[in-house]
Design a protein around this ligand. Structure first.
Ligand SMILES: Nc1nc2c(c(=O)[nH]1)N[C@H]1C(S)=C(S)[C@@H](COP(=O)(O)OP(=O)(O)OC[C@H]3O[C@@H](n4cnc5c(=O)[nH]c(N)nc54)[C@H](O)[C@@H]3O)O[C@H]1N2
Ligand SMILES: Nc1nc2c(c(=O)[nH]1)N[C@H]1C(S)=C(S)[C@@H](COP(=O)(O)OP(=O)(O)OC[C@H]3O[C@@H](n4cnc5c(=O)[nH]c(N)nc54)[C@H](O)[C@@H]3O)O[C@H]1N2
Ligand code: SF4
Ligand SMILES: [Mo]
Length: 769
């Protein structure tokens, strides 16, 4: 470290930092975490992009390079704190192996070419594909890691420019269920609560959410509350004994894939114990009777038989939840990527609704986000949703969107939801999808059943374009690779899980010829000569700020109302929550504080789905029983996971994250401190199972499913018998030839409503290698 660098704490050894005990809304004390390698010449305002928490930070710059980061004390999200990834991940920006020139496949090899040559090749191929096969042969697979302005531009090009419905994000793997569950219950996407709800609640319920490792700074907030004068009680539902579970007062460890049974059991007990807010239920919800009937069958004994959670533990949890004065719950991937994802997430909404715990301080459910900008993918309509949370099945909404873009409504009317990524893969497999543009995601590691995905991406009939900052497992399979400028090298905005919008200013120049995705899309639109219905250029903006202004107009009066925000306002202060408009010039902390939900037929984002089959309800059906602002209580019967351990594959594998790495490690694997903290993958195995297999901690085992096999070292854990865990972070870019990615093993299935893949359970066999 240069002599003028500063590091305020060792976040590798102590990820959450020293306790700053507190209680009370907005009273979380400031603690500024900083790590610099040298004294910066200037600080540039930004926020962290290594998870959805959205911690505000300033980027320290010297001689045109990033020299460090410092948390922003003024920001309500983190009050100066940063976690291990936030403090160390930025170093990857200056990694010597950044992509710096476009590459084009010639004679089977990717070779460096000029931007003109690469873009010409893309435009030529796009035109040919349009002429021969139509817009339905073109797909875009984007991410939850670009900026709002980039998604909005991308969605405009794909939908209004080319006229394809095949536009999805890796948000499908991440928060599609968060969106779906919010829409099913409350009528529209957008988390109702605010992080300040953690400051005043008295009970916290985390379902399938390992917050201690995946949102370390938010977990510090909970730890600080628990160290203060009125500590909230903590209930954690996770099959594994995670660091989060170890902190809990009650840890419920259900078998994989049984969330709905467990949650129905809790709902059953809340009703049986007469802890229902009957007045709230009568005035602000619909569907209570059918919920009551459904959950009546989920007695503690039956739930124990299905989930393995002792009846007594379920009863104690239901008692805590039923007597809570102020409850904050969250769901994350242990719900969204597991069996009956949307159905389970909706049952957590139901807990809040029947207890009347929403829309007031300390009372909310977080259908949590994962990626830093997933909320924007959704708001901008770059995944399964339409921009500004408009309803694809509502002709008036389509009119509004068509007017906004000044295109023929027929161009954007598909009468079916936007194509989800696993369906796009299917189309590519069958040969009807012929051009796929992948931005800021690494599907050759992150999609399920990798052997199949690789075969699809390699197909001769599929032309793939990949924008990335590094060579990845996916760029290696591409026809064109475009070098992308990343965070800190471009300006834009993004929104975290509690609707806080941050601006991130460009701090340094991108390396070599790398360009922002924003500039790449603009260039593509210009070269394609995309026009609106009056023959004017479709894309009427040339800077991120202009794109932001344009998007803002579309959000007027919508749930995600950005009209009161501007680059100037975001730069003068710090993060601001949407909706932000004339009525709420400083943003609005809590949605639904009037208990009027976005469910009215003319307003809602979809007409809802059958939670079991995923069949969408028709407009006419919905209008006939217009809930007019009441929240929906939707029950669901438990269904067992379709793949379960058996004699041949006797173990149940789940996959997920570890503290020090982000996804496929393209950034964190290049940050020395993080890479050294977690250099390799392991399989977490219970002591009893390890003993039965005759393997010890550190032994290498082969893990095999019906779809593939990998090798990894054993790590002993206090988990459930016959349950094993692997992180999905470890692909092959830094370790070619070694079969190790967890997704070699995972299944192809997805949730019928949200279409989110089931990464969280697969039957496997384990042998000593
Ligand atoms: N360190 C780190 N932090 C991250 C990320 C990262 O890559 N690394 N990524 C970010 C992103 S994009 C996301 S989406 C979030 C994800 O954040 P989390 O959802 O917290 O992380 P996961 O490890 O995927 O899954 C959470 C837990 O689900 C449990 N689980 C598995 N199956 C079931 C089940 O059937 N029921 C229940 N109740 N639980 C189950 C697992 O044991 C696991 O501990 O993290 C964000 N933060
Ligand atoms: N088995 C299993 N699989 C999973 C999960 C799981 O829990 N288990 N979780 C799923 C979830 S929740 C998620 S979010 C996904 C994540 O999966 P991916 O999206 O595939 O993971 P990342 O490594 O974040 O990939 C992002 C890529 O974008 C690049 N990049 C970063 N910034 C920019 C930019 O500004 N522009 C461009 N063009 N490129 C950029 C990075 O270098 C990186 O290669 O994985 C999913 N897959
Ligand atoms: S909690 Fe998330 S947003 Fe905050 S510093 Fe850590 S990785 Fe970044
Ligand atoms: Mo995610």
């Amino acid at each position: 470290m240069a002599k003028d660098g500063r590091i305020t704490r060792d976040s590798i050894r102590d990820p959450w930092g020293a306790r700053t005990p507190f209680a009370g809304e907005g009273r979380w004390p400031v603690r500024v975490d900083e790590r610099t390698l040298d004294e910066p010449e200037r600080w540039v305002q930004s926020a962290c992009v290594l998870c959805s928490n959205g911690c505000a930070l300033d980027i320290g710059v010297k001689d045109g390079r990033i020299v460090g980061v410092r948390g922003r004390a003024v920001d309500r999200v983190n009050r100066g704190r940063l976690g291990p990834k936030g403090l160390h991940g930025w170093i990857a920006n200056h990694s010597a192996d950044r992509l710096t020139t476009p590459r084009l496949k010639k004679d089977g090899r990717l070779v460096p070419v000029s931007w003109d040559e690469a873009m010409d090749a893309i435009v030529r191929r796009t035109r040919e594909t349009l002429e021969r096969h139509g817009a339905g042969a073109i797909g875009f697979y984007t991410t939850g890691q670009l900026m709002l302005e980039e998604y909005y531009t991308q969605a405009t090009i794909a939908r209004a420019g080319l006229g394809t419905n095949h536009l999805d994000g890796n948000t499908r793997l991440c928060t599609a269920t968060a969106a779906a569950a919010l829409i099913e219950s409350f009528g529209a996407d957008g988390d109702p609560g605010s992080y300040e709800d953690y400051d005043v609640c008295d009970t916290i319920l985390l379902v399938g959410h390992n917050m201690a490792e995946t949102q370390t700074v938010l977990f510090s907030r909970i730890l600080d509350r628990r160290a203060g004068t009125s500590p909230p009680r903590l209930i954690v539902v996770d099959p594994r004994r995670t660091p989060t579970a170890r902190e809990a007062d009650l840890h419920l460890a259900p078998r994989l894939g049984t969330n709905v049974a467990l949650l129905n059991g809790i709902l059953h007990l809340i009703i049986r114990n007469e802890h229902v807010a009957t007045d709230f239920v009568e005035r602000h919800t619909t569907g209570f009777e059918s919920l009551r009937e459904t959950v009546a069958q989920y007695t503690p004994a039956r739930v124990a038989a299905i989930t393995g959670v002792p009846a007594e533990l379920l009863e104690r949890s239901a008692e805590l939840i039923g007597t809570a004065r102020a409850l904050v719950s969250s769901c994350l991937q242990g719900v969204y990527q597991s069996m009956q994802a949307t159905a389970a997430a909706v049952q957590v909404n139901n807990i809040h609704l029947i207890r009347g715990m929403i829309g007031r301080p300390g009372c909310t459910v977080f259908q949590m986000n994962g990626q830093p900008t997933a909320q924007n993918t959704r708001e901008c309509g770059a995944d399964g949703e339409l921009a500004a949370f408009l309803n694809y099945a509502n002709p008036q909404h389509l009119q509004l969107l068509a007017r906004h873009w000044n295109v023929d409504p027929m161009k954007i009317a598909f009468h079916v939801p936007p194509t989800h990524v696993m369906q796009m893969m299917r189309y590519a497999e069958e040969g009807s999808l012929r051009l796929l543009w992948i931005t800021a995601t690494n599907p050759a590691v992150s999609l399920p059943h990798l052997d199949r995905i690789r075969k699809i991406l390699k197909k001769d009939t599929l032309f793939t374009i990949v924008n990335d900052a590094f060579e990845t497992e996916t760029t290696r399979l591409a026809d064109v690779v475009l070098p992308a400028a990343i965070w800190a090298e471009k300006t834009g905005t993004f929104t975290n899980a509690d609707r806080t919008v941050h601006i991130s200013h460009q701090a340094v120049d991108p390396p070599g010829e790398a360009r922002s995705d924003f500039d790449i899309f603009l260039d593509f639109a210009r070269r394609m000569d995309l026009r609106d219905r009056d023959g004017e250029p479709l894309i009427k903006w040339s800077t991120p700020e202009e794109a932001f202004e344009r998007f803002k107009e579309l959000t007027r009066g919508r749930p995600c109302d950005y009209t009161g925000l501007s680059y100037a306002k975001l730069s003068e202060g710090s993060g601001i929550q949407w909706p932000c408009n004339e009525q709420h010039p400083d943003g609005k902390a809590r949605l639904y504080d009037d208990h009027v939900f976005r469910t009215a037929a003319e307003e809602c984002e979809t007409y809802g789905h059958d939670l079991i089959t995923g069949a969408p309800y028709e407009a006419e059906e919905y209008k006939a029983n217009d809930p007019k602002g009441r929240a929906h209580l939707k029950p669901a019967e438990y269904q067992p996971p379709p793949e379960q351990p058996d004699a041949k594959y006797p173990f149940f594998l789940t996959t997920g994250r570890r503290m020090y790495h982000f996804h496929t490690r393209t950034k964190t694997g290049r940050a020395k401190e993080l890479a050294e903290a977690a250099p390799e993958n392991y399989v977490e195995l219970s002591r009893e199972d390890a003993a039965a297999l005759g393997v010890a901690d550190g032994d290498v085992v082969k893990v095999t499913s019906r779809r593939g096999s990998v090798r990894a070292r054993v790590r002993l854990a206090d988990g459930l018998r016959a349950h094993v865990f692997m992180a999905f972070h470890y692909g092959y870019w830094d370790d070619p030839g070694h079969a190790r990615a967890a997704n070699e093993l995972t299944i192809d299935g997805w949730d019928p409503v949200s279409k989110q893949p089931h990464f969280k359970y697969a039957a496997v066999r384990i042998e000593k290698a």
